[in-house]
Design a protein around this ligand. Sequence first.
Ligand SMILES: *[C@@H]1O[C@H](CO)[C@@H](O)[C@H](O)[C@H]1NC(C)=O
Ligand SMILES: *[C@@H]1O[C@H](CO)[C@@H](O)[C@H](O)[C@H]1NC(C)=O
Ligand SMILES: *[C@@H]1O[C@H](CO)[C@@H](O)[C@H](O)[C@H]1NC(C)=O
Ligand SMILES: *[C@@H]1O[C@H](CO)[C@@H](O)[C@H](O)[C@H]1NC(C)=O
Ligand SMILES: *[C@@H]1O[C@H](CO)[C@@H](O)[C@H](O)[C@H]1NC(C)=O
Length: 308
Amino acid sequence: MKITILLPYFIAVRAFAPAPDTTPTATFCNDGIDMPRFSANAVVTIYWLQAPLFSILPPPPFPLPSVGDITDRMHLYHTAVAFEVVDQGVARNYTMEFDSTTSLVGGIVPHLSGQTPWNARYCLRPPDCPNCTGGLFWGPKHWTKALKPVLKVRGEHLNRLASDFMPLYNHSALYQPFRVTGKEAGAPDRIEDVTCNTGAQNLLEYLSRISDSGSFPLMNTSRFTLHAATVTKVNASDPELLSFYQELGDVIHLKRLYEFVALARGHKFVYSQGVYWQLSDFFHPYVSIDYVAAPDPFPPPHAFEETE
Ligand SMILES: *[C@@H]1O[C@H](CO)[C@@H](O)[C@H](O)[C@H]1NC(C)=O
Ligand SMILES: *[C@@H]1O[C@H](CO)[C@@H](O)[C@H](O)[C@H]1NC(C)=O
Ligand SMILES: *[C@@H]1O[C@H](CO)[C@@H](O)[C@H](O)[C@H]1NC(C)=O
Ligand SMILES: *[C@@H]1O[C@H](CO)[C@@H](O)[C@H](O)[C@H]1NC(C)=O
Ligand SMILES: *[C@@H]1O[C@H](CO)[C@@H](O)[C@H](O)[C@H]1NC(C)=O
């Protein structure tokens, strides 16, 4: 999708969306719970959930499109998973999300906004959470893009999420919304993204692997790609980096996101794997947003080790 087509959308989004929370306190998952311990033989159905990004925002006055309509047209979706657990004859739904624990700013500008870079984690919501209907966060009607059973496992496998899987990500995952790719067709990505999609995909990949339920089919997710031919490491005191982040970090609106991708001149920077990277030599289509089934590698600091 060309950025020229996106411009009116970003303007509309900026005009009618409330400014995202830019305070450094964690607002994500204040109402989350620890993983309950399930019976080993509880029957678990896992659902794949997707809704247009920011579609929980209140609708603007008629006839303006809602933010969800706009992000839907842009192929930008939020992904989560739900577990329907039947344990000792009682069925309950739990919603699990992986997200940046800080504001949007914290997700993009970790160090310079004074936040810890380990800023993404898993969050489990209980079946009776304040905004749950039918046990699902925001209710089943919210998940307009996907609400689909994709995997069956048992309680013993869910129990391993708390003991083996989540600790790796809860303390090391860095939210990174942009994927950076180079010019050569089929070349590996220069910089990987780490988003809610990645978190959902990896959780299901892990569960399918430990439960012998066969390989988990890659599901379609949103990918926001920057096409930059040159990617170089820079240190955090690089003056151009500082002024870039200062400008970006002052107030982050979606409009700013547009400016971030549409700036004709100057370098852009992303932070990934503990390093700041400078992007330059942008080439057509500069930015693309796709809804595709793509491998979503998400290297934790240590490879998973089977202890049995
Ligand atoms: C991971 O984070 C979630 C959300 O805060 C929490 O419920 C869970 O207990 C954490 N898990 C571990 C193993 O730290
Ligand atoms: C869990 O959610 C799914 C999908 O909305 C629904 O079909 C199912 O009835 C729910 N289960 C419970 C126990 O609420
Ligand atoms: C529940 O929804 C309301 C209205 O959208 C919102 O203001 C509130 O923050 C939500 N509560 C939680 C815990 O997400
Ligand atoms: C960081 O980069 C700047 C500008 O490129 C350079 O002047 C400075 O010496 C570097 N500092 C370190 C600690 O590498
Ligand atoms: C999923 O992605 C593939 C490309 O990987 C695409 O061909 C397909 O149309 C997508 N499916 C949906 C439902 O958008």
